[in-house]
Design a protein around this ligand. Structure first.
Ligand code: QAP
Ligand code: CO
Length: 168
């Protein structure tokens, strides 16, 4: 397994719209394992393939306390069960050091393929629902900073650009 490099905002590659996973192969499963290792190492609770510069519709998450419940979603399709919105302070491995409040539907249903390509449907609420919506946004080239005011987004962009310049 391997820890992969995570793209950081405002990298334009984070704006790529991912395409469906066509076939679940050993290459797909290796990518899933590497993404889980990358997420746990960070540490994070969710990671989309877009963030590791792979533009396929695949995401992993683990919102459990003890980090023993990895979840894998290939080609996820979301439907909103309850249009009631809930606020959550979101962060992102691609936007390190920033947490901001975002409102999203509090209850969703997702249909996807699992690690072995088996279809499943599940209902999510709470942090799992927030995280899933955040990660599906990544697959569509969208980031949580897009929900903030242009001023806040600009401040975050400038700070991260400065950090990135100082790192090279
Ligand atoms: C998405 O984000 C998420 O800034 C997953 O310095 C986050 O795992 C969904 C992280 C919150 C819902 C609520 C962020 C790690 C991890 C940072 C993450 C950082 C180190 C973020
Ligand atoms: Co994110």
């Amino acid at each position: 397994m391997a820890v992969l490099e995570i793209l950081e905002f405002p990298d334009p590659r984070l704006r790529t719209k991912a395409t469906p996973v066509e076939r679940v192969t050993s290459v797909t499963r290796k990518l899933i394992d590497d993404m889980l290792e990358t997420m746990y190492a960070a540490p994070g609770i969710g990671l989309a393939a877009t963030q590791v510069n792979i533009h396929q519709r695949l995401l992993v998450m683990d919102v459990s306390e003890d980090k023993t419940a990895p979840m894998v979603f290939l080609n996820p399709e979301l439907s909103v069960l309850d249009t009631e919105l809930d606020e959550y302070d979101e962060g992102c491995l691609s936007v390190p050091g920033f947490y901001e409040t975002v409102s999203r539907p509090q209850k969703v249903t997702v249909t996807a393929l699992g690690r072995d390509g088996e279809p499943f449907t599940c209902e999510l609420e709470g942090l799992a629902a927030v995280c899933l919506q955040h990660e599906i946004d990544h697959l569509n080239g969208k980031l949580f900073v897009d929900y903030l005011s242009p001023l806040k987004r600009q401040r975050i962009r400038r700070k991260l650009e400065k950090d990135q310049r100082q790192r090279v």
